[in-house]
Design a protein around this ligand. Structure first.
Ligand SMILES: Cc1cc2nc3c(=O)[nH]c(=O)nc-3n(C[C@H](O)[C@H](O)[C@H](O)COP(=O)(O)OP(=O)(O)OC[C@H]3O[C@@H](n4cnc5c(N)ncnc54)[C@H](O)[C@@H]3O)c2cc1C
Length: 338
C-alpha cells in the first residue's frame, strides 16, 4: 500500500514535477492509521493531499505524501435546514452542485472551487462574499501523533480570512476526515459582489426570484470567464492573499491611486492583490514556461510544467515589485512544500 519514489506531478494542479520519498492513497481510517504508523517509525514528515490545488512543490518531498480518499456524503433534513456530512475525499464542486440540485442553498457562491472538502476548512475557502465558515458546523480530524479522532466545532477552528487553526496552532497536527455543514432552511441569495450584480443585471434576473442553482450558474459563468481551468493551464488559483491594510495606509494609497480596488474589512481595508499586480504591469508576463495569467493577474500559471523553484522565483519578483511600488507586502496563498 505504501509506494516509494512516486511522481507527484499528477497530484498537483500546478503540474510541478517533484517526487515523494513515499506515497500512500488511503481510503479508510485504518489505512490512514497504518500509513501514519509507518511514517512515525521512520520519523518522516507528512504531506496530506487532497486535490492538490493549493500547494506548490518547491522540490522533492522527503517524507510520506498521504492522499486522503475517504468517500461518502449524506444530507440529513432538520427542522431548520439540512445537515451535510461529507468525508474528506469528496470533491467540493460536486458537493456544491449536488446541494443546489436538491434545492439547498448556502454553498452556491463557492461553486467551481477546485479540490476536496477535507482541505476546505484549512484555509476557510471563500469566494463572492461567502466563506466555508458561514455554513460550517464541525469537523472530525485524525491526530497525526496518535491516530485518535478529534472533533472541532466552528469556534475551535478559529476561522479567519483564508485562515484557520489548521494554519496556526494545529498546523501539521491533524488529518481532516469529515466535515459537517448546516445549510439554512430560509435561504437568502448573497449576490452583493459587483460581478454578481452585473451578471444578474445583464441577464435581467431580479434578486427575489433567484434559486441557489441560478446563483451557482452565475458564479460558474463568471469564474469560467476570468479564471484559467487548471486542467488546461496549470495553476493553483489565487497565488497571493488580498493584503489587509489599516485605514491610514489605505487613504494614502487611494489618494495616489484613485482607481485602487479595495473592500472594507472591519476597520481595515482588503486590497485587491490582482489589481496591484495588474497595475504594476505583470499581467500576461511570461518567463521560461511560467507566467502571470493574461486575464487574472492574481493567478500564476505553469504551462511549461516547470519546477517549483521557477514558480517561486517569479512570485518573489512580483512580491518585491509590489512592495517597492505600493509599500504593500504580498503573502502567498498556497502552501509550499517541502
Ligand atoms: C483555479 C483555482 C481556483 C481557486 N479558487 C479558489 C477560491 O475562489 N477560493 C478559495 O478559497 N480557494 C480557491 N482555490 C484554492 C483551492 O482550490 C482551495 O484551497 C481548496 O480547498 C484546496 O483543496 P485541495 O483538496 O486541492 O487541497 P490540497 O491542495 O490538496 O491541500 C491544500 C492544503 O491542505 C492540506 N490538506 C489537504 N487535505 C487535507 C486533509 N484532509 N487534512 C489535513 N490537511 C489537508 C494540504 O496538505 C495542503 O497544506 C483555487 C484553486 C484553483 C486551482
Amino acid at each position: 500500500m505504501i509506494q516509494s519514489d512516486v511522481d507527484l506531478q499528477p497530484f498537483n494542479t500546478m503540474t510541478i514535477a517533484a517526487r515523494a520519498k513515499y506515497f500512500c492513497a488511503a481510503t479508510s481510517h485504518d489505512e490512514m492509521r497504518e500509513a501514519l504508523a509507518f511514517a512515525r517509525k521512520q520519523q518522516l514528515p507528512i504531506l496530506p493531499l487532497g486535490g492538490g490545488s493549493n500547494i506548490v512543490l518547491t522540490g522533492d518531498f522527503p517524507g510520506l505524501a498521504l492522499h486522503i480518499g475517504l468517500l461518502g456524503h449524506e444530507f440529513e433534513p432538520l427542522d431548520d435546514g439540512v445537515r451535510l456530512r461529507a468525508s474528506a475525499g469528496e470533491n467540493w464542486h460536486q458537493l456544491v452542485m449536488h446541494s443546489v440540485a436538491l434545492g439547498y442553498g448556502g454553498l452556491e457562491n463557492l461553486a467551481l472551487i477546485p479540490g476536496n472538502i477535507g482541505a476546505a476548512p484549512i484555509q476557510n475557502i471563500g469566494a463572492y462574499g461567502v466563506e466555508l465558515k458561514d455554513t460550517f458546523e464541525q469537523l472530525t480530524a485524525m491526530e497525526i501523533a496518535t491516530g485518535n479522532l478529534v472533533t472541532f466545532t466552528a469556534e475551535a477552528c478559529q476561522f479567519g480570512y483564508r485562515d484557520s487553526l489548521f494554519k496556526g496552532d494545529a498546523k501539521d497536527r491533524f488529518l481532516i476526515c469529515e466535515v459537517v455543514l448546516k445549510l439554512p432552511a430560509r435561504w437568502q441569495p448573497q449576490v452583493s459582489y459587483p460581478a454578481l450584480q452585473q451578471y444578474f443585471a445583464e441577464h435581467q434576473q431580479g434578486e427575489q426570484d433567484l434559486t441557489p442553482e441560478q446563483v451557482a450558474g452565475a458564479v460558474i459563468a463568471i469564474r469560467n470567464s476570468k479564471l484559467p481551468n487548471p486542467v488546461e493551464i496549470p495553476n493553483a488559483g489565487s497565488f497571493f492573499k488580498n493584503p489587509v491594510v489599516g485605514a491610514s495606509q489605505y487613504a494614502e494609497l487611494k489618494q495616489k491611486h484613485p482607481d485602487l480596488v479595495a473592500f472594507a474589512a472591519g476597520n481595515d481595508w482588503k486590497l485587491a492583490a490582482g489589481w496591484l499586480i495588474d497595475q504594476a504591469g505583470w499581467r500576461g508576463f511570461a518567463r521560461d514556461g511560467v507566467g502571470v495569467h493574461d486575464r487574472q493577474a492574481l493567478v500564476l500559471v505553469n504551462p511549461g510544467h516547470r519546477c517549483g523553484s521557477q514558480v517561486v522565483d517569479l512570485a518573489q519578483d512580483i512580491a518585491r515589485d509590489i512592495q517597492q511600488k505600493f509599500g504593500v507586502v504580498l503573502e502567498p496563498e498556497p502552501r509550499f512544500y517541502p
